[in-house]
Design a protein around this ligand. Structure first.
Ligand code: FES
Ligand code: FES
Length: 151
C-alpha cells in the first residue's frame, strides 16, 4: 500500500506493507535513523516521536495509521541548523553515554517542556518514565532537562 506522511515538515510518500511499523518506515524507507529500535515492544521509548503533536512509540504505530498525519522525529527538533535546547543540554550535562536512549529521551523531554516550561523533578520523572536508559542513572538526564528549561 502507498502512504503519504509529513515528516519534520516535509511530505514523504512510501510503498509499505500493511503491517509495517512507523519506526521501520522512518528508518528504512524515509532515511531517518535517529529514532532507535531497542525493543520493538513499546517498553523502552527509544523510538519516541510526535504524531500530530502526541508522544508515541513509533514501533507500536502502524504506518498505515499515520497516513496523512504529521510526524516529528529527533531530527526535526533542530531549527535553522541549531540544535534544540534539549539537545544542547543533553550534550553539555553528560546525559549522553552510549546514546541509544537519547533520541527518544530528547523528543520526550522537548514535549514535556512544551507543555510544562519549568517542570519539577517528579514531573520530569513521570514524563520520561517510558524512556529507559541503562547508562546514566538518570541524574544527568534530570540535570539536562532543568538546564534546558532555564533557557
Ligand atoms: S523500540 Fe519502541 S519502545 Fe522500544
Ligand atoms: S545513554 Fe546508554 S542507554 Fe542511555
Amino acid at each position: 500500500m502507498r502512504v503519504a506522511l509529513v515528516v519534520n515538515g516535509e511530505r514523504h510518500e512510501a510503498e509499505i506493507w500493511a503491517g509495517e511499523s512507523l519506526l521501520t518506515t522512518l528508518r528504512d524507507r524515509i532515511g531517518l535513523p535517529g529514532s532507535k529500535n531497542a525493543c520493538e515492544q513499546g517498553e523502552c521509548g527509544s523510538c519516541s516521536v510526535l504524531l500530530d503533536g502526541t508522544l508515541v512509540c513509533s514501533c507500536l504505530v502502524l504506518t498505515a495509521q499515520a497516513d496523512g498525519h504529521e510526524v516529528v522525529t529527533v531530527e526535526g527538533l533542530a531549527e535553522d541548523g541549531r540544535l534544540h535546547r534539549v539537545q544542547e543540554a543533553f550534550a553539555e550535562t553528560g546525559a549522553v553515554q552510549c546514546g541509544f536512549c537519547t533520541p527518544g529521551l530528547v523528543v520526550a523531554a522537548a514535549d514535556l517542556l512544551r507543555r510544562t516550561p519549568d517542570p519539577a523533578d517528579d514531573e520530569i520523572r513521570e514524563a520520561l518514565s517510558g524512556n529507559l536508559c541503562r547508562c546514566t542513572g538518570y541524574q544527568k538526564i534530570l540535570d539536562a532537562v532543568h538546564l534546558a528549561a532555564g533557557r
